[in-house]
Every structure is written in structure tokens, then in C-alpha cells.
Design a protein. Sequence first.
Length: 317
Amino acid sequence: MKAVITATLCVFSAQAVLAQTSQVKTAEQNKPFKRSFEVNADAEVGVLSNSALSVQELDDISSQSDSGIKTAAGVNAKWQLTKSANLTSSYRFEQQDYDEFDQYDLDLHQYGLDGSYSFNSHDLGVRYDGAKANVDGEPFLHFNQASAYYGHFLDPHTYLRMSVKTKAKRFAIAKARNADGVGGDVALYHFINNGQTMLMAALSADKENADDNQYDFSGYGFTTKVTHKFTAFNVSNKVGAGWRYQNKDYDEQTTDDFFEQIPSRDEHRNVVNAFYNLAVFEHVTLIAEAEYGDYQSKLSSNTYTQSVLSASVKVHF
């Protein structure tokens, strides 16, 4: 989750596509089996600037801008149970604390559990992702998602991953937006330069049924990303850029007054982002991130643009 409150649900859904990126293994990384247990952790602190503070899930679209402090900490544990079986768990906490507009402060807890089995360049797995979000110190959203996936190396450098998912989101205040949904995605990862460069493209489809049917929708999305690792002046660097598009078609609504049509909520989102990581020490990384989002809707009140910039220091072990 980046420093964009308005992208909360979109990012949660995208994680189902992207969460496996760090776990995809190139053929060159295959090694003789040795049972293992690994734990790694990180902590991050930095500053951020947001051009349009918003909580789109509540139709709270503000033209106010603000800056603040971002902090994060996380831990991951990986068990290599057998040569073919892996179990991975994770927890991460992120916080955005704005200087002036406290009502947009965000606390986000994310947790996940992934089990996979590999055989002959094939992977089968199940995954759970959960999140709890607080806005201005008050409970806002509880999100749960379960998925099953299949992955396969098409060749030593190209990995295909497909998944199906079921999800549920529950709001603390906006009960009418509580929803259950299903979806699926397919993602292609291609590694070049001995695995130092990764190209990724993914397609996704989702359908949600909410307690209030004006929030029912079906949608699709496209995500692409490129990352590259390199060494300059004996210092490790990593750069990346991505684009995310999401389209939502909401169910048409009418009133009882001569079946008057209610304005559609249909929307689409275009978000581009980039980052640069500089490993100044073995366990210390400087991170710069930029994101620009163009959020369009048939509801003029939900149409806006947003730019988010951040810089932080990350310590990892």
C-alpha cells in the first residue's frame, strides 16, 4: 500500500496479482534442497506529499493537499518444508500521519499466509490476504481475500501465473458498501540480464455484490511493471516503473418516480508510478517514490487527479 488513501481497495486487489513477484524463482536460482526457516524484517520512516486528500470509498473527494510522515514495519517468515513445499507468512504495518488534515490519517495492517507446492516447473498454491484500515484513528475497513493459483515456467526465463479469488470487505460505518466478490487474474513475468531485469504484465477481472445494489459492479484491469537491479560505484541500485488501469461498470439504478434513471457511478482509473532504491549500506536503503493517478467517473464529484511523492529510509535484516 502506497501513500494514497483513495487507492485502498484497488491496491488490496492488485496485491493478489503482485504478491508473488518476490517469490517467483528463475531457473538459475534452483538449488539442491536443504530444509530451512528464514525470517526477515524491515522498518521504514520518511516524508510524503499528497496533492488531493481523499477517501474515495466514502465519496470524500477533497481538493486539499497536505504533507506528512510515513512509517512502516514488517516481518516475513518462510519455511522450506520439503524440496517441493513452502509456507510463507507476513505481517506489515503502515501509517500516514498528515500535518494539517488529521481526518485523512491512515493506519493499515496487512497480513498474509501462502502455501505452495512445486513440481517439474509447475507451482500450485493457496493464499490468504487480509487487511484492516483505520482512518483518523477510527476503524474504517476490514478486507479478506482467499485465492488459489497455478504457476508454470514457460521457459527458463518466463513465468506464467493464474489465480482465482474470493473476497469480502466490511466497512465500520458505510455498511451499505459491505460487499462480497469473486475474481481472477493472469500474470506473465519475464526475466532478462540474468534475472536482474523483470518485466511483468497482468490482466484481472472482478465482480462485487454489495449490501446496497447501487455499489454492485463488474470490472477489469491491466497492470504492467518493469524493475531493474544494477551496481554503480560499488553500490546496489534498483529502479522500477509501472502502470495500472482499472475499469468499473456499476449496475444501472432507477427510482420509483416514473423509473427515473439515477446517474451512473461507472469509473476508470489510470495510475502510473516509479521508484528508485539506493542501498547506501548493507542493511540501509534510501527510497524515492512518485505516483500520479487520473480518476475518472460519470459522477463529476468523483473525478479528480492526484500526485503523491515520498522519500524514506528503510532498514532491513
